[in-house]
Design a protein. Structure first.
Length: 119
């Protein structure tokens, strides 16, 4: 697998990481400190982008609408569904859920657009 076959993954991860930092600062009113934290944000974004890419390749996704459905589905089935369990068990608010995971929804869509555009 050559560089031309996977360069879009760190690009998508970097853009998603920057968006995530913006979301946390602007919407969630949280501050992100430390290189380790920023590195983990990038690593998580890279794994998300990789997952989207694997599904896109396995399902032979050819249209933008299909890619957006994959992005929404991955967020819903993996990120949101798993997190919703924790929010329910711990009694956390729905507002906090949307503040925390609304940004991830947008991030998944952004990564899907980037992956679609660059592959």
């Amino acid at each position: 697998m050559g560089l031309s076959e996977w360069y879009h993954l760190p690009v998508a991860a970097l853009i998603n990481s920057l968006f995530y930092l913006f979301w946390q600062k602007s919407i969630a009113q949280k501050r992100i400190y430390g290189f380790k934290t920023i590195g983990l944000i990038f690593l998580g974004s890279l794994f998300n982008a990789w997952g989207l890419d694997v599904i896109q390749r396995l399902l032979d996704i050819f249209t933008l609408v299909q890619m957006m459905k994959i992005s929404l589905g991955c967020w819903l089935m993996i990120a949101a569904a798993t997190s919703a369990k924790h929010y329910a068990v711990n009694g956390w608010s729905k507002k906090n859920f949307w503040i925390d995971y609304g940004g991830d929804l947008i991030g998944f869509m952004i990564m899907g657009l980037i992956i679609y555009a660059l592959t």
